[in-house]
Design a protein around this ligand. Structure first.
Ligand code: ATP
Ligand code: MG
Length: 354
């Protein structure tokens, strides 16, 4: 059986010259990633690629794993679309950005929300000034057409109906159907994607038939001491060494206690502390005072005593505050198959054996 040729894409998509063509063009792939494209007689306006910094510090293993997902072994092979999971602010989005930039491919980021509709993910009709309808390609479709990377950020904030519109994209078919524009759009062979996922109350359960298309699951962990310092130094080159040291100490201690304060928390804390210190040059605030105020204002009073906070969380939530391990993304806490489950039945069984 012959596999459909992915090169069909280049034939059915025609780039339309347009005055906007150079607008927002990206230094990585100039002009080819913006402008307009015609598909089966419908002109689509492409989204602008993301062009922010993509530095990834430390944890090279998970970056290598992500890049492996996007490789193709031979002409019949297809790239994988992994899920990136981990605590809030740990670097999931940053990792995906860094991987895309490593590949030197244009990058499009779609921020998923509970209000995302299928057409938002694909093609949106927009009424232009002259009363005509123009069709705007989403970041997903723009990445498909230009052969770029799409990050579906915080993917599990999106409901099942929206996910369903992407089902054929993330299996061997690699196309989407836009009902609004009346066209089907094939992904370029270069198209790659990754999904970041968050674990909190405002997320949806993604159905299994979608999850089975989003494989493998890559876990982003907390950085070690040296990497955490480098991350903070990179983002806050002006921060004082002493303040950096206090923040790294705080974050590392919180990781040890399995609390989920993240590099993002450290960055916010240091930003606020630095601003407070430079605010009044005649009566400068002491480092210690500024840092403690920042800690309290950014992360809450409880953060002043991490050991106490860890203990409190353990008591209140019966261990819910513990950051998620890889197994938690596959099994519910009370699932008998969960590898970390403390199994009372086993204990009973052992007792009976004795
Ligand atoms: N390894 C790293 N290298 C460079 N910057 C990092 C790294 N890890 C985290 N950061 C920085 O920490 C901040 C938070 O990262 P990011 O937004 O990627 O987290 P996230 O896991 O996607 O968070 P959320 O769950 O809220 O979406 C960003 O400013 C990011 O640049
Ligand atoms: Mg993110």
């Amino acid at each position: 059986m012959s596999r459909p040729s992915h090169d069909d894409t280049s034939r059915s998509h025609r780039k339309v010259p347009h005055s906007d063509d150079s607008a927002g063009s990206n230094s990585r792939t100039p002009s080819a990633t913006t402008g307009h494209v015609e598909i089966d007689g419908v002109v689509l306006k492409l989204a602008h690629p993301y062009d922010g910094p993509g530095q990834w510090i430390g944890q090279q293993e998970v970056l290598t794993q992500l890049l492996a997902c996007w490789l193709t072994v031979d002409d019949t092979d297809l790239p994988l679309t992994p899920r990136l999971v981990g605590s809030p602010g740990i670097g999931k989005t940053q990792l995906a950005i860094a991987a895309a930039q490593r590949q030197k491919l244009p990058l499009y980021i779609y921020q998923c929300t509970a209000d995302t509709r299928p057409e938002d993910l694909l093609v949106t009709p927009v009424l232009s000034q002259d009363g005509r309808i123009s069709y705007h390609a989403s970041p997903v479709v723009s990445a498909m057409i230009t052969g770029g990377v799409c990050i579906l950020d915080e993917g599990n904030r999106m409901n099942e109906k929206s996910w369903a519109s992407l089902a054929p994209l993330f299996d061997q078919r690699r196309y989407v159907e836009s009902i609004v524009a009346g066209i089907s759009i094939k992904a370029s062979p270069k198209f790659r994607a990754a999904i970041t996922m968050n674990q909190d109350e405002s997320t949806f359960e993604i159905p299994d038939y979608i999850l089975s298309r989003l494989q493998p699951t890559l876990l982003v962990g907390f950085p070690n001491r040296q990497d955490e310092l480098s991350i903070l130094q990179y983002h806050l080159p002006y921060a004082e060494a002493e303040m950096l040291a206090m923040t790294v100490e705080f974050l590392q201690h919180s990781h040890e206690l399995k609390l989920d304060f993240s590099p993002r928390d450290g960055i916010n804390l240091l930003r606020y502390a630095s601003k407070r210190m430079m605010q009044d040059p005649t009566h400068p605030m002491s480092k210690d005072q500024a840092w403690r105020e920042a800690l309290e204002k950014c992360l809450g009073g409880d953060a002043l005593d991490l050991d106490n906070l860890a203990e409190k969380r353990r008591r209140n939530f019966g261990g819910d505050a513990v950051p998620l391990g890889l197994a938690d993304f596959f099994f519910n806490a009370d699932d008998p198959l969960h590898p970390d489950r403390e199994d009372d039945e086993d204990d009973d069984y052992d007792e009976r054996e004795d």
